[in-house]
Design a binder for this molecule. Structure first.
Ligand SMILES: [Zn+2]
Length: 678
């Protein structure tokens, strides 16, 4: 099970840093005073207070679906990456397989829109013809295996995963997904926000089929078949709250037992085709694999063929002629998330390189834009924040002594990864040319699949990174007992080498604290120091832990993004606990870091404590388009931006004191309501 807790889901791909900007010189910078809206009472709505002026002066651009100061940094980073790619793509006769050749030619082929449009669906004909050529059930399974090789998991996927019970080993994992809509509820529920979206989805699928040459009638029938099959998966899929129970997806078994669950699927041939050794395998959702097995036998072959073609078109829409990408944006961009305009092609191509050849591009990014001082200072902050978590474990009155020992062992073993991997990934074996873009895209997809499956049966590689270095995001992987903060996040506004400690701890420090807290949130707490899913808690301590986390779930149940569209406290619990722990630990680490150095200056009448909290508000506070907010309430485990500010701060007496708020103010939860964990 890959339980990655990422800092934010939307706007995942990103990047940034201005060269020179990070070199400390001159007076240190405080919080962005001009962003504050002083007409708002900080004790009433701190998100609006911290960000109001910035929002007035910076309306959300048409291409964005969420909007905060960090998005500006993301766009700047895309610009930096673009300039690196333009240099690589202009190198004359680069050595085959060299970084310049790989990323330069990939970017060049992506930017050649005329060539892509001119070729039409020709590069995909072979793939589509093979689907058409399926004659029987055996051939159908062989086709699923073939498509899997290009990363088209429709609907079954075999991947590698850390063994949750022997955490130094990598085993196989079988999962079934294969839904085009982002959540099962879109298929099953009849409220207008689900049913309406479902109806528009069917129209979208039909339009894609028409673009691929179907008549309107054929396209409609094919889209209906897609919905029928996807609804079968949705019906038995666990919901997102159920999926947060790690035991619900923990079903380790032998190869033979897995084969016995799925009699229609010839796993022996599949493993042979992919070069995977037969051994222990985890099946995530048993009902789903059984449903797949039943449909492999029961659903008409003609429906299966349309379903597979849909998933080919869906997966490749961004690399096909622009009509496919435009149609996909019309549904998933505009209808689903409310974006007004598609990003320009150059930005999309930069993102494609980042996602497909990310460490090749990332190495160049780090060399050009990431100063070693940033890495050192961020690591020091992380160590200071971990120390505060240790202190909280030692001092608290609710954990038993034996549980404290285990918790301290776990936190003491936390691996902190900052900036970029120690060992860069090799892309040997990937062939990229200036020719057909689709071929390049499929070559990188095939590489990703091979690379992942090659891990099965091997010892765990703890050096692996699951985000690229220029990414403006971070993650925690409790099974690896690690947090990972890519170089892209260590730039303004999150982190500023010229900034005072208050604003660095209040922004990136809060994120680092958030990721550290994930190791001991309701899911992370179930892994031990080595990453094994074991029960290391004393029953008394675990009961009190659950009562404390229950306080947070209740708090977030009350928040809503639209009248009638509430957050689900149990679903956002892990992220809300990360936010609560993150701010508390970062604040204490900040105070501790100033011991012996004296307090930092008051700037524009704002005390260092006020600046810390303002930095948090300006870093976390984000607007979302209404469509995105509604979808996120359904599928994003992170609370909406406003509640990432209000939620944790309203629990903190330190915040109340810093802004002289009073009991009864909206930003002050009463003594009885207050949630405290670490
Ligand atoms: Zn998180």
């Amino acid at each position: 099970m890959h339980i990655l807790r990422v800092a934010m889901v939307f706007g995942l791909l990103s990047v940034g840093v201005s060269s020179g900007m990070l070199v400390a010189q001159g007076p240190l910078e405080g919080v962005k005073v001009g962003d504050i809206d002083r007409s708002v009472d900080a004790c009433t709505d701190f998100d609006a207070y911290a960000n109001g002026n910035w929002r007035k002066e910076h309306p959300m651009p048409a291409v964005q679906t969420t909007w905060a100061r960090r998005n500006v940094a993301q766009d700047e980073t895309l610009g930096k990456l673009k300039s690196l790619l333009e240099v690589s793509s202009s190198v004359k006769s680069p050595a085959r397989g060299s970084t310049d050749q790989l990323i330069g030619d990939f970017y060049g082929s992506c930017m050649n829109e005329a060539q892509i449009n001119g070729l039409g669906l020709k590069p995909l004909q072979l793939v589509l013809a093979k689907i058409d050529g399926v004659k029987d059930r055996k051939g159908l399974v062989a086709e699923l295996v073939e498509l899997h090789g290009y990363g088209i998991y429709a609907p079954v996927r075999l991947s590698s995963t850390q063994d949750a019970h022997a955490p130094t080993e990598v085993i196989a994992e079988v999962a079934v997904n294969g839904m085009g809509l982002p959540d099962r509820d879109y298929y099953l529920r009849d409220e207008p926000r689900f049913k309406g979206m479902r109806e528009k989805y069917v129209v979208h699928v039909a339009t894609m089929f028409e673009l691929a040459g179907y008549s309107p009638l054929q396209a409609k029938e094919a889209a209906d078949a897609v919905l029928r099959l996807e609804t079968k998966w949705a019906t038995v899929k666990l919901n997102r709250v159920e999926l947060r129970d790690l035991a619900a997806t923990d079903h380790p078994m032998t190869f033979a037992a897995m084969q016995a669950l799925m009699r229609q699927f010839d796993w022996g041939s599949a493993y042979k085709a992919w070069g995977v050794p037969q051994g222990k395998v985890n099946v995530t959702e048993l009902k789903l694999v059984k449903a797949l097995d039943a449909e492999l036998a029961a659903t008409p072959l003609a429906d299966w063929k349309n379903y597979l073609k849909w998933h080919v078109l869906r997966k490749e829409s961004a690399v096909l002629p622009v009509a496919f990408g435009d149609q996909t944006f019309a549904f998933f961009g505009t209808t689903m998330t409310g974006a007004k305009e598609q990003r320009p092609r150059d930005q999309r191509c930069v993102r494609e390189v980042d996602s497909r050849l990310g460490e090749a591009l990332g190495k160049k990014y780090v060399e050009a834009y990431f100063p070693p001082e940033a890495k050192a200072r961020a690591r020091e902050m992380a160590v200071n924040i971990v120390d505060q978590l240790k202190l909280s474990i030692q001092k608290n009155d609710w954990m038993t002594a034996d549980t404290k020992v285990k918790a301290l062992e776990k936190v003491g073993a936390l691996n902190i990864k900052v900036g970029y991997p120690d060992k860069w990934k090799s892309y040997t074996g990937v062939t990229i040319t200036r020719g057909e873009y689709l071929k390049n895209a499929m070559a990188t997809d095939a590489f990703k699949v091979r690379e992942d499956l090659a891990e099965i049966g091997k010892p765990l590689d703890r050096g692996l990174w699951r985000m690229t270095p220029p990414t403006l995001n971070a993650y925690s992987n409790p099974a690896m007992n690690e947090i990972v903060v890519p170089a892209g996040y260590l730039q303004p506004p999150g982190f500023n080498l010229k900034g005072i400690d208050a604003v660095n701890y209040g922004a990136i420090g809060v994120t680092i604290g958030h990721e550290i807290s994930h190791g001991v949130d309701d899911e992370g707490a179930r892994y031990d120091a080595k990453g094994a899913l074991t029960d290391w808690w004393s029953p008394e301590s675990y009961k009190l832990f659950q009562a404390k986390t229950g306080c947070t779930a209740e708090q977030y149940d009350k928040y809503f993004v639209d009248p009638g569209v509430h957050l689900n406290g149990k679903f956002v619990l892990g992220e809300a606990l990360g936010d609560l722990g993150g701010v508390n630990l970062a604040f204490r680490a900040y105070k501790k870091s100033r011991e012996g150095k004296g307090p930092e200056p008051t700037i524009d009448g704002l005390t260092p404590e006020q600046q810390f909290f303002l930095a948090e508000g300006q870093w976390r506070g984000a607007l979302a388009r209404p469509e995105t907010a509604r979808m996120a309430a359904q599928v994003d485990p992170h609370p909406a931006g406003k509640y990432r500010v209000i939620g944790p701060l309203s629990n903190m007496p330190e915040f109340e004191k810093a802004f002289s708020c009073k009991q009864g103010d909206a930003m002050v939860r009463t003594e009885a309501e207050r949630c405290v964990l670490w």
